[in-house]
Design a protein around this ligand. Structure first.
Ligand SMILES: N[C@@H](CCC(=O)N[C@@H](CS)C(=O)NCC(=O)O)C(=O)O
Length: 205
């Protein structure tokens, strides 16, 4: 049985949602990414990690999401087998994990971005993060005009990851107010039964 190691509200929400969508039994373990025991599974001290039988320990969210989609093709959460669709899934996952997620680092952990430990330095770094986030949020907001899905006209692993990233926007000073399509996407997927179950299990709102 697949076991997912997660911390509440992190990007590990994406594989958690996907496991709910797949609808096969799985195990969950809440962890603190810096816990020495957990570092044995993921030396970078990051969630998510999954363990699956002979495949063993796996991490990096995009690789984990694709693994899950490939392992359970009947759930139809990966690409549709065409070159174009495969490219679309890959490019949106690359954007979400490689551009959007890192834009939030200086917002959540500004202290990692300066040797100056003053509050002023932290506020300045946070201020800079708003611009980074705005750039990627605007890009996704335009893409989602009139759409409930990131790729094609069906639910995919990219929607689960996009949901986890858009949810973080609720912590911004103005929330999602400037991003009408992101807000609509968030409200749409917040009502999804799999998303609701994953969020209940993580005890997040
Ligand atoms: N490239 C990694 C990034 C994972 C990542 O940064 N996860 C965050 C939570 S969203 C984390 O575990 N942070 C803990 C830390 O950086 O100390 C992936 O896609 O899995």
């Amino acid at each position: 049985m697949i076991k997912l190691f997660y911390s509440p509200g992190t990007c590990a929400l994406a594989p958690h949602i996907v496991l709910e969508w797949i609808d096969e039994p799985y195990d969950l373990q809440k962890v603190k990414p810096s816990d020495p025991e957990y570092l044995k599974l993921n030396p970078l001290g990051q969630v998510p990690t999954i363990i699956d039988g002979e495949s063993g320990v796996m991490n990096q969210a995009d690789a984990v999401l694709k693994y899950l989609a490939r392992k359970y093709p009947e759930a139809k959460l990966g690409d549709d087998g065409t070159l174009q669709d495969g490219y679309d899934i890959d490019r949106w996952l690359a954007f979400l994990t490689g551009d959007m997620h890192p834009a939030f680092f200086p917002f959540f952990v500004p202290e990692r971005y300066s040797t100056d430990t003053s509050d002023r330095a932290k506020q300045s770094i946070k201020g800079a993060s708003y611009k980074l986030i705005d750039r990627v949020y605007q890009y996704l907001d335009r893409h989602l005009e009139g759409k409930d899905y990131v790729v094609g006209n069906r639910r995919t692993i990219a929607d689960a990851y996009a949901f986890a990233m858009i949810r973080w926007g609720n912590s911004l000073p103005n929330g999602l107010a400037s991003y009408l399509n992101l807000e609509r996407f968030y409200r749409h997927w917040r009502e999804d039964e799999g998303v609701k179950r994953a969020m209940e299990q993580q005890q997040i709102h």
